[in-house]
Structures are given as C-alpha cells and as structure tokens.
Write a protein that binds this ligand. Structure first.
Ligand SMILES: [Zn+2]
Length: 139
C-alpha cells in the first residue's frame, strides 16, 4: 500500500510529460507509506529502456536522506505504453527493495495517464494497492 498525494502524482506526471518521447525515471520519497517528494533521475539509454547514472542516483539518495525521508518507490514512464512492468523492468527491479511505479502516458494526451504500482519479488511482479489523496499543502 502506498499513498500518493495529488501533488506528488501531478509532479510525477509532469516529469513524464516533459521527458516525452523518452522515458522519465525517478524516486518517490516519503515517510512510512506516504510519498512526499518526487526526485527525477538522469538516465542514459534509448526510449525502450533506461539506465540511471550512478552519480545521479547517489545525489538523489543523499538529498532524500538529508531531508529525513526514505525512498518508497522507483517510478518510470511508459510513453504510449501500459502500466505493466516489462521483463527488462522486472530484471532491473530484482535487486531493489522499493516499490515500482509505472506511469503509462499517451504522448498525444499526457492528461490521459494511468498508474501501476508493483512489488517485484523473486522475479515476479505483483500489483500493490495505492491511494490518491487530495493535496492539502503545496509540494
Ligand atoms: Zn518499463
């Protein structure tokens, strides 16, 4: 279960929208089950898969720690794709303990996005419940 405030969803979708036609990738950081912050990661790779640069991941993890938050999920976008993880995504996620969030984003209409939240264990992805919360304060 992960709680996604409306402001976090908006920022994540804006990040994915800006990256089009490429994928965007980043961390969702927060406390307990509630995401509070979206931290975009630089990545290299083509539009079919991504590879996060170690420098970018290091800086993001430090920034998150310094703010007293922890990493809840890694998100990435699927331009004109679905909300399921690809076999490559599952292989990439196998070494991580974070949840995986997929933002399926139509390039012709980014507002038509859909979200998928997954937990990957032993090379299998299972859906995770998530809840949208109305924003009570600006992110
Ligand atoms: Zn993917």
């Amino acid at each position: 279960m992960i709680i996604l405030p409306a402001g976090v969803i908006e920022k994540m979708v804006a990040t994915a929208s800006r990256a089009l036609p490429r994928e965007a990738v980043g961390f969702l950081a927060g406390r307990e089950a509630t995401a509070e912050s979206v931290v975009e990661l630089d990545h290299i790779g083509d539009d079919r898969r991504f590879l996060v640069t170690p420098q970018s991941q290091f800086l993001a993890e430090r920034q998150i720690r310094q703010r007293g938050l922890s990493i809840l999920a890694l998100f990435h976008s699927h331009p004109d794709g679905g909300t399921h993880l690809s076999p490559e995504d599952i292989a990439f996620a196998a070494r991580q303990s974070w949840l995986q969030v997929v933002v399926a984003i139509p390039s012709a209409d980014p507002s038509g996005y859909r979200l998928g939240v997954w937990r990957v264990q032993e090379r299998r992805a299972t859906p995770v419940e998530w809840m949208r919360e109305p924003a009570t304060s600006p992110i």
